[in-house]
Design a protein around this ligand. Structure first.
Ligand code: 5GP
Length: 214
């Protein structure tokens, strides 16, 4: 399959990060695009693994230098995908998995029309709120802002190619894997299909000429 951008979006607490992690463990045709952010590092997060943690000045300098493929503001912090990150992943022949909010997803769609966009839905508001509050990593005001934004974000589902409900992580991961397997059969994503078809056509034409010739 030709490498492409797989964009995962969901309201904060929707579960896309868990889905991305499981998928990446299970498949070696994918690689995670590590975003840059000005958000403070949460406990347990590692520089260069979860995010590239940048100061606002450094982030803005890199925006001005054209280093971002897309970027957006979320809950008062800046988040963005570095072009170098995608070049590195494509250079290894892999499909890039991006965890981005809806503004960034729109920018990606505009510059990469063959990107694949998946929206991960929480099964209910209670689950969404429970996951966010249960993280215990953010002050109440930040959690409130994220929940309020979730309501807006849900309105963007129609812009996506696929939507799935993350009730059970194992099932959700299997659904994303099934979508990827179907996409691999999409004519426009198949590498080597056209040379194969050319050869097949030549062989079929030759076979047609042979029929009745002997
Ligand atoms: P969090 O602070 O919970 O890690 O992420 C907050 C939001 O920022 C999530 O909706 C996440 O998808 C989004 N996000 C993470 N990385 C990027 C990025 O590179 N670009 C954009 N546009 N959004 C991102």
């Amino acid at each position: 399959m030709k490498p492409f951008l797989l964009v995962l979006s969901s309201p904060s607490g929707g579960g896309k990060t868990s889905i991305a992690r499981s998928l990446l463990r299970a498949r070696d045709d994918l690689a995670y695009s590590v975003s840059a952010t000005t958000r403070p590092r949460r406990e347990g997060e590692q520089e260069g693994v979860d995010y590239h943690f940048l100061s606002r000045e450094e982030f803005e300098r890199r925006v001005a230098a054209g280093e971002f493929l897309e970027w957006a503001t979320y809950a008062g912090n800046l988040y963005g995908t570095l072009r170098a990150e995608i070049d590195r992943i494509f250079g290894r022949g892999r499909t890039a998995v991006l965890d981005v909010e809806i503004e960034g997803a729109r920018q990606i769609r505009a510059s990469f029309p063959n990107s694949l966009h998946l929206f991960v839905l929480p099964p209910s508001a209670d689950v969404l709120v429970g996951r966010l509050a249960g993280r215990n990593t953010e002050p109440a005001a930040v959690i409130r802002e994220r929940i309020a934004r979730a309501a807006d974000e849900l309105g963007a589902v129609a812009e996506y190619d696929y939507a799935l409900v993350n009730q059970d992580l194992v099932i959700a991961v299997a659904q994303v894997a099934a979508i990827l397997d179907a996409e691999a059969r999409r004519v426009s994503r198949q590498e080597g299909l056209m040379p194969f078809i050319e050869r097949l056509r030549r062989e079929v034409s030759a076979a047609a000429l042979r029929i009745g010739a002997d």
